[in-house]
Design a protein around this ligand. Structure first.
Ligand code: FAD
Length: 511
């Protein structure tokens, strides 16, 4: 059996491609709703709207399910790395709880749909574990465990995982799940078509004529006129919300291997940066295999791509041994400024154009939340998660809107980070803790070193004005827009920024 890296990348999910072929668009059409993009977000939305009795056209620039959805690892979970403490800090306890509930109800929706439609898609309940192999990161898990308690999330901090990974600590969230995403979507698409839905592949949307009846325009200048447009194109293909400045892409790598040792079950994700590791079991030809993922990095920032596979292969050999090496693939997902996806009306002004993006590699549940939420908006029903996910959340202040219009290239990130969020006080930082803090009403970066001294910097990147974020693994301030990195005193570690972050003096030393 093959235990060498396969020469060509190919995701297990598409071997074979479970979808039938669909034609490309050949004539102008009219419909109720056009859904653009046939990944999990688009297919689920199209399916739900068709069930509501709407006439739907689903178009994709390429083949159905061949975007990020065809290259995922398909864990269905509300355990999205360490996020809940950060959500509490930025959005408050109620919104952090909403985030958890939204994701758990998405998981429930997927599970119910699988039962109702009798979908054979390898769905299995699994416990999800975060873990660290680095003593320095134990505190992060402790803090996250406290956030679980605050929010009433089931789960607990632990010293040992069911799988030996050299862990120093772990955090379990029980009763999560995993599945074969394309087999699930194949059935949803079948249902969609039997409800009268139309699918067009190799049909690229290049523009939208706005209006009471918006018109979607394809590369061939064919037009579909409708009442509502839903953009599920990963990065929005029609951008009136400065999303180019509010999203960045991050890549990861995946191997499918047959292990020498028995895999004990569970879904694992290391929180150690940059050596992220993601593990889950998958059944291939009736036998136990393991998906080994990781080596995340910002798109365009990686080393030679094969090196990422080699590192993961070595990790797999050390952890399980490799009997056979079946598949390898990589993909990227989009991340928003505050790590919460943009789901809903594209802007307050664009009432009949909707977007679903920025899933941060947690798109199985978030795409489902998108489909449920956007369906409710189109059907003019309330949805409890509308406010949390609204793409307009950074535009709350009209003066910011004006600034965005005048200076689109930097305003989105510059302003989004400065307003609307509640941050820590510098005095609340523990030793060796860094966080975004508020100083005299301004968003700043704060770090308290192991001697107890505070280092406060202006958190606005000197490259293009985006807001830097704390990287605890490296004790640095990193720019999410273009990758500049700074020391705790603001010195440039990595460009494109050429100038250091501004230093901020505190009037009274805070201990
Ligand atoms: C390596 C990796 C592992 C992951 N693992 C997990 C996981 O375990 N659990 C989890 O929850 N999430 C995971 N994710 C995230 C998840 O896979 C994605 O968030 C999700 O698949 C995105 O789905 P989507 O429908 O938004 O986008 P996509 O699947 O990318 O679909 C977008 C579609 O839009 C089409 N399109 C684009 N532009 C146009 C245009 N102009 N006109 C027409 N069509 C267009 C594309 O062709 C594509 O088919 C992972 C992501 C990565 C990268």
């Amino acid at each position: 059996m093959n235990s060498q890296i396969p020469i060509y990348p190919e995701p297990y999910w598409r071997d074979p491609n479970p979808f039938p072929e669909f034609p490309n668009l050949k004539e102008d059409l009219k419909t109720d709703v056009v859904v653009v993009g046939a990944g999990i977000a688009g297919i689920t939305t199209a399916y739900l709207l068709a069930k509501e009795g709407k006439n739907i056209i689903l178009v994709d620039a390429g083949r159905v399910g061949n975007g990020t959805t065809g290259h995922t690892t398909a864990k269905i979970t509300a355990q999205h790395d360490v996020i809940y403490d950060e959500l509490i800090q930025h959005f408050g306890t109620a919104e952090a709880e909403s985030y958890y509930l939204a994701n758990m109800s998405a998981k429930k929706f997927i599970e119910n749909t699988i039962h109702q439609l009798a979908i054979d898609c390898d769905f299995k309940q699994e416990d999800a574990y975060l873990y660290t192999i680095d003593d320095a990161n134990k505190a992060k898990l402790e803090t996250e465990a406290k956030a679980y308690q605050t929010l009433g999330i089931k789960g607990s901090y632990m010293d040992k995982l069911p799988l030996e990974l050299g862990e120093k600590a772990g955090l379990v969230m029980p009763s999560q799940a995993r599945f074969h995403p394309l087999r699930y979507l194949q059935k949803l698409l079948d249902e969609f078509v039997s409800l009268g839905g139309k699918v067009f592949e190799n049909t690229t949307v290049v523009d939208i004529e706005e209006g009471h009846h918006p018109t979607v325009i394809t590369r061939e200048n064919l037009k579909i006129t409708c009442q509502d447009v839903v953009l599920c194109t990963h990065f929005p293909c029609y951008d009136k919300g400065a999303f180019f400045a509010r999203l960045h892409a991050d890549r990861s790598y995946v191997l499918a291997i047959k292990p020498e040792k028995v895999y004990p079950g569970g879904m694992y994700l290391s929180i150690d940066s940059p050596a992220t590791r993601s593990l889950r079991e998958v059944t291939i030809n009736g036998e136990q295999h393991v998906l080994v993922g990781g080596q995340s990095h910002k798109t365009g920032k990686g080393v030679c791509t094969m090196q990422h596979y080699e590192v993961l292969e070595q990790f797999a050999r050390d952890t399980f041994g490799i009997k056979a090496y079946l598949y390898r693939w990589s993909a990227q997902d989009l991340i928003t400024l505050d790590k919460v996806p943009y789901i809903g009306r594209m802007t307050e002004k664009h009432r009949n154009i909707y977007i679903a993006t920025g899933f941060r590699k947690w798109g199985m549940s978030h795409s489902t939340i998108s489909a449920l939420l956007i369906t409710d908006l189109i059907m003019e029903r309330p949805n409890p998660y509308e406010k949390l996910y609204t793409p307009s959340r950074f535009q709350a202040d009209p003066s910011l809107r004006n600034a965005v219009v005048q200076n689109l290239d930097v305003a989105g990130t510059l302003l989004a980070g400065k307003v609307g969020l509640t941050f820590k006080e510098p005095k609340d930082l523990a030793k060796d803790e860094g966080a975004v803090v508020m100083v005299d009403g301004q968003r700043c970066g704060g770090y308290r070193d192991s001697d107890g001294d505070l280092h406060i910097v202006d958190s606005t990147c000197t490259h293009m004005g985006c807001e830097v974020e704390w990287n605890h693994g490296d004790r640095t301030w990193d720019c999410p827009c273009h990758g500049s990195r700074f020391s705790t005193d603001g010195e440039v570690i990595e460009g494109p920024a050429e100038r250091p972050l501004g230093k901020v003096a505190l009037e009274v030393e805070q201990r």
